[in-house]
Design a protein around this ligand. Structure first.
Ligand code: PBG
Length: 336
């Protein structure tokens, strides 16, 4: 007997597939993470992230301009300071590289895009941890909250419009919200990196920011084994007043992302991290994988799982593609 129900009807041609695609990505849904380094005279390529660089202030400005032209939703800035110390003084210094870059870019582009900043101490501490250390060498949660509070005010003063709290300290959203409000920055928004896992996928990023870390972050970032806990972390951030919540990394944590998307009443973002980028670029450079299809499939899957916005190092390139062709998965290829 031949079937009467034929799902293949809707797959028979590129225009048909395009018409019925359930997931579409708009350039404004992509956010570009960027590294701005102190003391560079020209941009420095990041070996483990082909195509990505540590920026000077000037090259960062050109890159933000390109991002805006491509229709990218915003940029997330990371600072790479020359000097580090135990408490990450550079993070709260208005002349610290991240705050300086933020001011420089916010003044030029703050009306055209959303300038965002990473709020975490790891780029600024000589031990490389995301917080300050107690006498026994452990990361001191509550002492770190005071550093984050000061860092938040410094970033807001520099003109950051959205603070990305990536340190995974308990109570960080509540503490930062209070500090911002007290300083008169009620309009500065908070992105909670709510469910952030201790992942091997951050490897290339550690090169990108010249990380000093020895050891790991397993006492504050989450255990990859835990799905329920990812939702709990997101619900806590919502209760503490996060304006946006995030799941990170993206591709290996789509279950967590779907859970959070189902429960959240604020936007849900996902971070396609350095290792997700590097794996595709490396395999593609070897001719082992179709780079463009891989990128489109990965982004589509992250959005399909529930992300409203994706932080991705491919943001500009993908926004340019989307802008011109409105591409999505299943939209290319011959009729077959
Ligand atoms: C912490 C931070 C990290 C990343 C973003 N924010 C590193 C870490 O947690 O070790 C990783 C991003 C990436 O891998 O692309 N400031």
């Amino acid at each position: 007997m031949s079937p009467t129900i034929r799902p293949r009807r809707l797959r028979q041609s590129a225009p048909m597939r395009r018409l019925v695609a359930e997931t579409r990505i708009h350039p404004a849904q992509l956010v570009l993470p960027m590294f701005v380094a102190e003391g560079l005279s020209e941009p420095r390529p990041i070996g483990s992230m082909p195509g990505q660089v540590q920026h000077t202030l000037d090259s960062a400005a050109s890159e933000v301009e390109r991002a805006i032209e491509a229709g990218v939703g915003g940029v997330m800035l990371f600072g790479v300071p020359e000097a580090k110390d135990a408490v990450g003084s550079g993070a709260t210094d208005p002349d610290g590289i991240l705050n300086r870059a933020t001011a420089f870019l916010a003044e030029r582009f703050g009306d055209a895009t959303v300038i965002q900043t990473d709020l975490c101490l790891d780029e600024f501490t000589d031990h490389g941890h995301c917080g300050v250390l107690a006498d026994d060498g452990s990361v001191d949660n509550d002492a770190t909250l005071e550093r984050y509070a000061a860092m938040a005010v410094a970033q807001a003063e520099s003109g950051s419009q959205l603070l990305g709290l990536s340190g995974m300290m308990d109570g960080q959203v509540e503490r930062v919200r209070a500090a911002l409000d007290e300083a008169g920055f009620e309009q500065t928004a908070i992105l909670g990196y709510s469910a952030k896992y201790a992942s091997a996928l951050y490897g290339p990023f550690r090169e990108a920011v010249d990380s000093s870390l020895t050891g790991d972050r397993k006492t504050y970032q989450q255990d990859p084994a835990n799905r329920r806990e990812g939702l709990r972390e997101a619900l806590l951030d919502l209760a503490e007043g996060a304006d946006i919540v995030m799941v990170k990394p993206a591709s290996l944590y789509l279950d967590v992302l779907a859970d959070v998307a189902a429960a959240s009443d604020v936007p849900v973002w996902a971070y396609q991290v350095s290792g997700e980028y590097a794996m595709v670029e490396a395999a593609a450079a070897n001719g082992w994988i179709d780079r463009d299809r891989m990128i489109a499939e990965s982004l589509t899957s992250i959005v399909r799982a529930g992300a409203d916005v994706v932080l991705t190092y491919w943001a500009i390139e993908q926004a340019q593609l989307l802008g011109t062709h409105g591409l999505g998965l299943g939209t290319t290829g011959a009729r077959a």
